[in-house]
Write a protein that binds this ligand. Structure first.
Ligand SMILES: Cc1cc2nc3c(=O)[nH]c(=O)nc-3n(C[C@H](O)[C@H](O)[C@H](O)COP(=O)(O)OP(=O)(O)OC[C@H]3O[C@@H](n4cnc5c(N)ncnc54)[C@H](O)[C@@H]3O)c2cc1C
Length: 451
């Protein structure tokens, strides 16, 4: 049994707590914020997340799948809204598989409750970590209200403290690589209420997207019949796109929505008020290495690999970190932290980089390509290939969202698919003959390197 300190009781920290406590370790979690089950720590940031296959695999390993299943909404397709309000439904999988929408706040609450059920877990809220002594696995916390300082010595410290990670900051004083890049887009939440009788205003089993090339609105269903909408738009306007910096006046905001998201307006009566009131947040990619310090400290989740949200995989990747760590403990034993942490870093770092790249790539797909007829045709051809040759062709989206295939392998296979589909889509008359033997043969030939 080891004494473990987890810094950060967010999505990844709470799952890690359950996994390690179930193994018999004594786990203390120190969370900067108050207890979300008692205070509204998520006010104005009511983000909805999708849980996908990797997330479920990790939740299953921790024995908390049932608790989470009760709070999710299944999502089977993307629904694009064009400028005239015309809807196009694009299923995520030919096998009718779903990803699952969940409120970040609700998920966090459920997971903290599951963690607290275990006798060897102690949760400490309002305890920001202010310093870490890496050599001795000792953390310093300063209580938010009283200001009291405590020094906690443990055997192993996990930094599950998200993108701004204090644990990572302590590691940065040594030989440590770090990069942070902000993308040009920021985001803002817009809540879509349900109808008065609690029914949803749009199909709740779809992720709704208004792709407008340089910016986009998307909406994910909540269990109460409402949707959480997110507007992604450049921080600063460009010659092609409006930006948050110029949309400051109510009249401009109203006109912006009228021009670009007409069919959303009747669904959100206080749209302009929400836009003016809700905070604007930025998006960054953080890469760093190494994720571990000897047998004493490890980063996990966003603290190790913050990514942009366009594949909906940030939390799923963090959950997979936890699952891989758990598997390594099974393999090497619970008292072999040096070997386990080293193997954890080697296994997960390349995958953290790959999902960062995949997520940026999916941004282009969501805001731009889903409205492109060529892209829709490509999806149809790939769907057909998968249907007829499931052992040979698994589209990139399915590799990422519906499989355990390493993100690194998915990335490489995705690039190969791009090259093949570029040639397939260039075939004369492809629009008419996409369902033909000829097209199938060409794609499979290229796949096997024969054509
Ligand atoms: C708009 C948006 C949409 C997203 N959609 C999806 C999605 O659909 N699917 C998906 O898988 N992911 C999604 N993500 C990503 C997901 O939110 C993150 O990957 C996930 O929250 C990471 O979990 P974490 O526990 O590592 O970090 P966090 O959730 O950031 O949790 C870190 C915790 O540490 C605490 N903390 C911070 N500093 C300290 C400190 N010094 N001391 C103590 N505690 C501290 C924080 O208060 C917090 O509770 C989305 C992100 C955004 C922004």
């Amino acid at each position: 049994m080891s004494r473990i300190t987890i810094v950060g009781g967010g999505l990844v920290g709470s799952l890690l707590t359950v996994l390690l406590a179930r193994r018999g370790h004594k786990v203390d979690v120190f969370e900067r914020r108050g207890d979300p089950r008692r205070t509204n720590v998520y006010a104005g940031r009511s983000i909805n997340l999708v849980v996908s296959h990797r997330g479920w695999t990790a939740l299953k390993a921790a024995g908390v799948q049932d608790a989470v299943e009760r709070i999710v909404v299944p999502v089977y397709a993307r629904m694009t809204h064009d400028l005239d309000g015309k809807l196009t439904r694009l299923p995520y999988s030919i096998e009718n598989r779903a990803i699952h929408s969940v409120s970040r706040g609700e998920l966090n609450k459920v997971m903290l409750t599951e963690a607290e059920k275990l006798p060897n877990v102690k949760l400490h809220f309002d305890h920001p970590c202010v310093e870490v002594d890496l050599e001795h696995a000792r953390c310093t916390f300063r209580h938010e209200v009283s200001g009291a300082v405590s020094n906690i010595k443990s055997d192993v410290v996990f930094g599950a403290d998200g993108a701004p990670s204090a644990v990572r900051q302590a590691m940065m004083r040594g030989r440590f690589n770090f990069s942070q890049s902000f993308i040009e887009h920021d985001y803002k939440e817009i809540a879509f209420p349900s109808n008065a009788d609690g029914t949803p205003k749009m199909d709740p089993q779809c992720l709704h997207i208004w792709p407008r090339r340089y910016f986009m609105l998307m909406g994910l269903a909540n269990q109460d019949g409402g949707f959480t909408g997110t507007l992604f738009m450049p921080h600063a306007a460009t010659e092609n796109s409006p930006g948050f910096d110029v949309l400051k006046e109510e009249k401009d905001v109203r006109k912006f929505f009228q021009d670009h998201f007409t069919d959303a307006i009747p669904m959100v009566p206080d749209l302009v008020e929400q836009y003016m009131r809700n905070p604007q947040s930025n998006l960054a990619i953080i890469r760093c290495a190494p994720w571990t310090h000897k047998d004493k400290v490890a980063l996990i989740g966003d603290a190790a690999h913050a990514i942009v949200p366009f594949y909906g995989e940030g939390m799923n990747a963090g959950y997979e970190d936890c699952k891989v760590l758990n598997d390594l403990l099974n393999q090497h034993g619970d008292d072999n932290w040096g070997v386990v942490l080293d193997a954890y870093h080697k296994a997960r770092k390349p995958n953290g980089d790959a999902i960062a790249d995949l997520s940026l790539r999916n941004f282009v797909e969501m805001r731009d390509l889903v409205a492109d007829p060529k892209f829709i045709l490509r999806k149809k051809i790939e769907g057909r290939l998968q249907q007829r040759h499931p052992d040979k062709w698994l589209p990139l989206y399915s590799q990422v969202k519906f499989s355990d295939i390493a993100y690194t392998d998915a990335w490489n296979e995705g690039l190969r698919h791009d090259r093949i589909m570029e040639q397939v889509l260039a075939m004369p008359g492809i629009e008419e003959k996409w369902e033909s033997e000829e097209v199938e043969k060409m794609a499979l030939g290229l796949l096997e390197g024969l054509a």
